[in-house]
Write a protein that binds this ligand. Structure first.
Ligand code: S3P
Length: 168
């Protein structure tokens, strides 16, 4: 992968990866979707049937395989937390971009979402605490951080393109 997007649930990884893929004419892989395809079940179903640890192993296995492909990868919100995943990202040669959004923005975006098992089962304060607890992991993995709250998807992509000028 040449570009990897990381960030909390609802930070815009999927939207931005799609837009970026169109503009750069590069393939886009969504790690969650790759897991769903491989497992033949939705993320919620995987969590319900087998638990989070099982999902995390599928996530790790998929990351290890997909990172060697060419293109843009949108990770899951929990991907950078495992040390072995962080290591894969760090040694991949990809530019790792953290999409950051305030707790308020994240809560607003996740309000009506039913597809994320962790978000579904947590109260607002728990979600904010989870975001806070993950922050240092995200930051350690990131080559670039973009604060997205006040930006449109196109503006976020413009910032990414500006940062890539010398590498893409
Ligand atoms: C998760 C985020 C989800 C998905 C799973 C777990 C997390 O991805 O991988 O529900 O632990 O933050 P998105 O960040 O794309 O929602």
């Amino acid at each position: 992968m040449e570009i990897v997007l990381i960030g909390f649930m609802g930070s815009g990884k999927t939207t931005i990866s799609q837009l970026l893929g169109k503009i750069l004419a590069k393939p886009v892989v969504d790690l969650d979707q790759a897991i769903v395809k491989q497992a033949g079940s939705e993320i919620t179903e995987i969590f319900n049937r087998h638990g989070e640890q099982y999902f995390r192993q599928l996530e790790h296995d998929s990351l290890k395989r997909i990172i060697t492909e060419s293109g843009i990868l949108a990770t899951g919100g929990g991907t950078p937390l495992r040390a072995d995943n962080a290591e894969i990202l760090a040694t991949s040669g990809a530019k790792v971009i953290l999409l950051e959004a305030s707790g308020e923005t994240i809560l607003e975006r996740l309000k009506t979402d039913c597809s994320r098992p962790l978000a579904k089962q947590m109260a607002k304060q728990q979600l904010l605490a989870l975001k806070q607890a993950r922050q240092s992991h995200y930051q350690q993995c990131a080559d670039l951080t973009i604060q997205t709250d006040k930006l449109t998807p196109k503006e976020v992509v413009a910032k990414i393109l500006a940062s890539l000028e010398t590498v893409v």
